[in-house]
Design a protein around this ligand. Sequence first.
Ligand SMILES: [Fe+2]
Length: 386
Amino acid sequence: MHINATKTMTIVLGLLILCGTAGAVRIIAGPYLQEPSDTSMTVMWITDQNSTSWVEYGPDDSLDRKAYRTRHGLIDAGRTIHKVKIQGLTPGTSYRYRVRSKEIVNFDPYDVTFGDTVASETFAFTTLSRAKKAFSFVVLNDIHEKNEILTSLAKRAEGKPYDLLFLNGDMLGHIENQQQIIDHVLAPCTELFASRTPFIYVRGNHEARGRFARNLPDYIALPQDRFYYAFRHGPVRFIVLDGGEDKHDSEEVYAGLIDFDRYRDAQRQWLMQEIQSDAFKQAPFRVVVVHMPPMPSERWHGTNDMYNKWRPVLNQGKVDLLICGHTHHYEIAGPEEGVRDFPMVIGGAPNPGAATLIRVDVTATMLDLTMTRDDGKIVGTYCIRK
Ligand SMILES: [Fe+2]
């Protein structure tokens, strides 16, 4: 009896200590908005303790609706990364939301013990809408972990409202762990805009590097779990592509662990289907966002492969605009008929005086692009009228 009492005391004390930790459950990143569409929005956040989580939301102040993630009939639980897709929303409508995580301190088969619940502040987002007549989007690229540049450009973007922000690759130098993704992408983006405005993380070649590169999709939401896809907002059909690495798959530095030639082939096949789709054909404008520019090169296999595999399809599809980064030299190149039938805009980076903010103001008949350097100087404009 005495031994049992001691054991019980130890368990109770252990639980008290655990519950003490439970009280400390914190949101360490987010909430940040992902994968916007006209009828859904994905909300993501990270906690420091294993939790089960949900989003409370509503089109008014009540927050009386609840969304959570289930997979295979099981509600997400015992996780620190939370990804909740709110579905069944109305296009072009604003919703208020807050997230909640309830810590799970003990997760035995027949005995689950919950700890405290943490809640975020209340924020608002607006769903996309193909009926929207005018909107703006902005593009940042090649920040390479320079938070002060990210902050400076994002604050510059705040001057006028925008609906979408593209992070066009190489936000990170290579990916080693979760903390790096939080420190250089999720935390600054959340602080600056991402609880209210979704960002679209276009993968750059540097995000394919490092021991944690394969974990990046856990931290963002991707349509059909792919880095290449299309979606519509207002008059624009956006095409997001992933150029992969800049060198040959067989290069020694990749240690035989990449397979981008076949990946770019798969994207070519997908692109050929996409340009035949009604969604593509019916959009007044088609804008392609990809990190590396498709360019002929003897030295850089990746850009050369994109040039050979994708450029003919993009020409055939009569895309209106291609937005890239990667070269660290900002540039606006007009169309070259029969070669590249569309303009190519390359954002600069990553140092002060070289980094750029690309802003596109869209109406039913016009794409009006402005490229502004981090020091405020406008270094390029381009206007496409229909
Ligand atoms: Fe790059």
